[in-house]
Design a protein around this ligand. Structure first.
Ligand SMILES: [Zn+2]
Length: 77
């Protein structure tokens, strides 16, 4: 399985990993609800890639400084 991490806000590519055996446990998502998991993980069957939406350092800093940005789904167009 190919896993790609990208920023949910600016869509920056953050990294990827390949593994034949990756479980949600290994990724540290066990504490999330199913709803949260389906919100941050997208599986694309056609290229067998799992996309994980996260937040990059740049956006994390920006959001810390201006939490109001959390109210909009994509502050950076
Ligand atoms: Zn970002």
């Amino acid at each position: 399985m190919h896993i790609v991490y990208y920023c949910r806000h600016c869509k920056a590519f953050l990294g990827s990993l390949d593994s034949s055996r990756v479980s949600l446990d290994a990724l540290g998502f066990t504490s999330l609800t199913e709803q949260e998991i389906s919100d941050i993980i997208e599986y694309h069957a056609e290229d067998q890639t799992t996309y994980v939406k996260t937040v990059c350092e740049y956006c994390e800093t920006a959001l810390e400084q201006n939490p109001a940005l959390y109210l909009t789904s994509s502050p950076i167009q």
